[in-house]
Structure formats: structure tokens, C-alpha cells
Design a protein around this ligand. Structure first.
Ligand code: HEM
Ligand SMILES: *[C@@H]1O[C@H](CO)[C@@H](O)[C@H](O)[C@H]1NC(C)=O
Length: 479
């Protein structure tokens, strides 16, 4: 009998001890669960808090969603966005960490709608080696030597073409003019299309429909924005393809002289036809929407800051006075110092690209939190750029904060990421600055302007002036 009792006791002992162990260590085991960033309720099924996140708001604010969440949870918080568990970051340090660790801890992860419309070979959605080789082609195309020799004169030519059509005292949409300018410039540089030609105009019209689909829900039913955008995508690709065939024929005949991206991709890369099409389309997209919006924002902010316009005009009159040659050259451009402060301040306050899409590809530990592998991560640049702990009076347009020697300068390039960063840093940032600077050069030398109808840049979440930023311009009295 006693042996049976002993046996039962021996069998129960480990179980009892285990139970006791678990009971005592319960708080500790609980604490061992990943320490997620704080966050709110999961919101609506599937949609989560996406609608709140995408709520339109003025571009010069980071929006109610960000403001409320940062106040409640801090600069790093979790949410449920675009159908996935997400960590949102308004923290400059974490944002930099995310961008620098692309490919190691994080990876680009855009919603399906973007890949569907820009194409599976688009640079925005590619990762790894394929991304790297497409990136190299773009960087070559936008390199410094080409900027000086080819792009600068072309930027100036396109600027003058746009500005010369402005009529004194007649209201027109500055946003539309800016879009025309950057679109024509890209169409010219990518595939040698000339502004004003029937083909270019058709492409531009298709492109507008296309653009609306990029930010819409990927619902491919007749009539939806997404469906229309996919149709535009095929007509745009049709136009590019025709260009490509023409070019191939001329290359065979040896009469191809165009120095554009299409020629370059055909002659010097081993990309397939499908890949070249997506590359050209995504460059047209990346290089057109962003810099035109930045230019429109500069026109908007400057109109409300006459002191900055005066200083800008002085800078450009000095450059114009000293000039000997006809067109602007690189030395002239290098003297546009205050202009670059205006550009930085425009991007800080206007935030053309508000955030980028990433996901964690490993469990990432940062600042005491864990971001679980597979979660989406959104570094929100706009929230950093409008943070009053980093920029004094962040809601004010103050280009002087960028001057190196100005007393009380508070802007710091290490918290400033309008072009992203790391291995996916914007390939066109130098071209964008050149475009805006050269356009402003001729604009302030030739015109004064005022807003013709009250307007304000909104985040829809792409930045847009609802009324197109109507302005009236009149010629500057020449001194
Ligand atoms: C003010 C204007 C511009 C802004 C604010 C801007 C902003 C950005 C940002 C934030 C990214 C990073 C996207 C990401 O990390 O997921 C990016 C990427 C890119 N941008 Fe820009 N951009 C501008 C103008 C341009 C122009 C003019 C071009 C080309 C002509 C261009 C070409 C590109 C390309 C090719 C990429 C992809 C780079 C890569 O994935 O390696 N951008 N841009
Ligand atoms: C503007 O911002 C860039 C970072 O994008 C920085 O490197 C540059 O120094 C800034 N320019 C001025 C004039 O402060």
C-alpha cells in the first residue's frame, strides 16, 4: 500500500512544484511578453483606425489623428492601419533608424494599390538587388554631371516657356502651372517628348486620372478610381511603348541622337521591355507630383511673407546683374543660398511626402519597445518637422531658421528628412531643388503675385490645393 502512496506522491510532486512555480512567476512570465508600443483600441474591423489616419487636414499641421495619439501615447504608438497591425512613429530618432536599416530590419512595403498601378517593377515597391539596379540607373540619369550640363539648361528652358504664357492681372492656377512645368520636364528628359505637342498633352491628361488611382482603394470594379487608373496605366504604357519601338528602329538605322532615359535604358541596360516601361512610368510619377507640389507650396508661403520675397528678389537680382553669359550656369545656381533656405522651409512646413510605408522583417527592439516581425511601420516625417520640441514656432514659415549664421537658428538637418533617407533616399532631390530654384529665379525677377482666391494646401493624404492655388501676377518694375 505504502508503495502506491509513495508512487502517487512522486507523480504529483513535480506537477505540484510546476504549478507552484508558475503561480509564483506569473507576473514575471507576463512581463516577458513583447513590450509593444502603447496604442489605442483596434478601431473598426479590418479598417482599424485607417479612416481617422487619412482624415483630410491642412498640410501645415500633422492632423488630428497624429496630434491626439502623440498626446495620449507618445511619439511611438501602435495602431491598426491599412488592414495591418502598425507602429506609427513621430520620433526623429526612430524614423532615422528605420530608414538606415532598410534591408536589414525593415523593408519597403507599399499597399497593393500602388504596386498594381505603378507596376511590379516600379522602384517604390521593389526590394533587394532588383531595387538596387533600378536605383543605379536613376542615379546615373540624375547624376551631377548631367544636372549641370543637360538638366539645368532644360529646366531653365521649360521655366521660361511656362512663365512667358502668364498674363498680367488674369487669375490662373499656380498649381496647374507647376504641374505643367514638372511634367513637361520629366516627359522631355525621360523620352524626349516636347511640351505642347498633341502626344504630350494626351499623356498628361491620362496621367491625371492615373494619379487619382494611386491613392485610392484597390477595388477593380468598373467605374472606380482604381479601375480608371488601371486603364490610364495601359494607355500611358501604350504611348511609352510606341516611343520605344520608334527609338529601337532609329537605333538600328543609327539616327538616334536623343540623350534621354529611354535611350539610355535601351542601349546600356539589360532590362526587359516590361521593366523599362515600369521604370519610366515610376520616374514620371516620382519626379512630377512631388516637385510640382513643392513649387506650388513655395509660391503659396512666399505670398504671405513679403520680407522673404524681397530678400529672394535681391539675391536673384544680384545673380542676374553679375551674369555675363545668357543662360544660368552652375556657378549662378551655387549662389542661390537664401533660395535653398526657402526650399527647405517649404518642405519642412508643407511636407509633400508626409510618411513612407515600411514593415519590420525581424523583431526589432528600439527604445524599450518591440516591433514584431511582419508589422507595418510608418515613419511620419511631417510630425517630426512640425514638432515644437525640435523647431521653434513650427507653424510659422521662417526661411531664416535655415541660415547657418543667423542668431537663434533652430533648424537641424539631422531631424529633417523631406527626401527620406538610407538606401532609398530620394534619387531626384538635387533635380527637385534645381527645378524650384530656377523657377523661383525667373518668377521673382519678373513677377509680383498675390492670391486671387483664398486657398490652403490640404492632405488628402496627397497634398493638394482644393482650388488649385489661383494667383494673379503682374510684372516687376525693372530697376
Ligand atoms: C520636392 C520634391 C521631392 C520630394 C519631397 C521627394 C521625396 C521622396 C521621398 C520621401 C522618397 C522616399 C520614398 C521611400 O523611402 O519609400 C523618394 C524616393 C524617390 N524619388 Fe523623390 N522626391 C522629390 C522629387 C523627386 C524628383 C524630381 C525625382 C526624379 C526625377 C524623384 C525621384 C525619386 C525616386 C526615383 C525615388 C525612389 C528611390 C529609391 O527607391 O531608391 N523624386 N522621394
Ligand atoms: C536643407 O536641408 C538639407 C537636408 O535635406 C541640408 O543638408 C541642408 O544643409 C539644408 N540647407 C540649408 C541652407 O540649411
Amino acid at each position: 500500500m505504502s508503495t502506491i502512496k509513495d508512487l502517487i506522491f512522486l507523480l504529483l510532486l513535480p506537477a505540484t512544484l510546476l504549478a507552484l512555480f508558475i503561480f509564483l512567476h506569473l507576473p514575471l512570465l507576463k512581463r516577458k511578453r513583447p513590450n509593444l508600443p502603447p496604442g489605442g483600441g483596434r478601431g473598426w474591423p479590418f479598417l482599424g483606425e485607417t479612416l481617422e489616419y487619412l482624415q483630410p487636414h491642412p498640410a501645415t499641421s500633422s492632423g488630428r489623428f497624429m496630434e491626439l495619439h502623440v498626446k495620449k501615447y507618445g511619439k511611438v504608438f501602435r495602431s491598426n492601419l491599412f488592414g495591418e497591425p502598425t507602429v506609427v512613429s513621430a520620433d526623429a530618432g526612430l524614423n532615422r533608424f528605420i530608414l538606415q536599416n532598410e534591408g536589414r530590419l525593415f523593408e519597403s512595403s507599399y499597399p497593393k494599390s500602388i504596386g498594381g498601378i505603378l507596376g511590379k517593377w516600379s522602384m517604390l515597391v521593389l526590394v533587394g538587388d532588383m531595387h538596387q539596379s533600378m536605383r543605379m540607373i536613376s542615379l546615373n540619369f540624375l547624376c551631377n554631371a548631367r544636372l549641370r550640363a543637360v538638366l539645368l539648361p532644360e529646366v531653365e528652358r521649360q521655366t521660361l516657356m511656362v512663365i512667358s504664357s502668364w498674363k498680367e492681372g488674369v487669375a490662373f492656377s499656380a498649381q496647374e502651372e507647376a504641374k505643367k512645368f514638372t511634367f513637361n520636364l520629366m516627359a522631355k528628359n525621360i523620352m524626349s517628348m516636347e511640351p505642347g505637342e498633341e502626344e504630350t498633352e494626351k499623356l498628361r491628361r491620362e496621367y491625371i486620372t492615373f494619379m487619382k488611382g494611386v491613392v485610392s482603394a484597390p477595388i477593380n470594379l468598373p467605374g472606380t478610381s482604381y479601375w480608371k487608373a488601371l486603364k490610364s496605366r495601359s494607355s500611358i504604357l501604350g504611348v511609352i511603348e510606341t516611343k520605344m519601338e520608334e527609338r529601337k528602329q532609329r537605333m538600328v538605322l543609327g539616327t538616334d541622337e536623343e540623350d534621354d532615359l529611354l535611350g539610355w535604358a535601351l542601349k546600356k541596360s539589360s532590362l526587359s521591355k516590361e521593366q523599362i516601361l515600369d521604370l519610366l512610368l515610376s520616374l514620371l510619377f516620382a519626379g512630377h507630383e512631388t516637385s510640382s507640389m513643392a513649387l506650388a507650396l513655395a509660391v503659396f508661403f512666399l505670398e504671405r511673407c513679403p520680407k522673404a520675397v524681397r530678400q529672394l528678389r535681391e539675391e536673384h537680382q544680384n545673380i542676374a546683374r553679375k551674369k555675363t553669359g545668357r543662360g544660368l550656369n552652375w556657378e549662378d545656381y551655387k549662389q542661390m543660398e537664401f533660395t535653398l533656405c526657402v526650399i527647405n522651409e517649404t518642405l519642412r512646413l508643407g511636407n509633400v511626402v508626409r510618411f513612407v510605408h515600411r514593415k519590420a522583417i525581424r523583431d526589432v527592439h528600439y527604445g524599450g519597445y518591440v516591433i514584431p516581425s511582419g508589422w507595418k511601420v510608418l515613419p511620419v516625417f511631417a510630425a517630426v518637422h512640425l514638432d515644437s520640441e525640435l523647431y521653434s514656432e513650427p507653424e510659422k514659415f521662417n526661411p531664416w531658421r535655415w541660415q547657418r549664421d543667423s542668431p537663434g537658428a533652430t533648424a537641424s538637418p539631422c531631424n529633417f528628412m523631406p527626401y527620406g533617407g538610407g538606401p532609398r533616399l530620394c534619387a531626384g532631390s538635387e533635380l527637385a531643388k534645381l527645378e524650384i530654384a530656377v523657377f523661383l529665379h525667373h518668377m521673382v525677377l519678373n513677377f509680383e503675385w498675390e492670391i486671387a482666391e483664398e486657398d490652403c494646401p490640404f492632405v488628402f493624404p496627397f497634398v493638394d490645393f482644393p482650388k488649385g492655388l489661383l494667383i494673379k501676377a503682374c510684372h516687376v518694375a525693372t530697376t
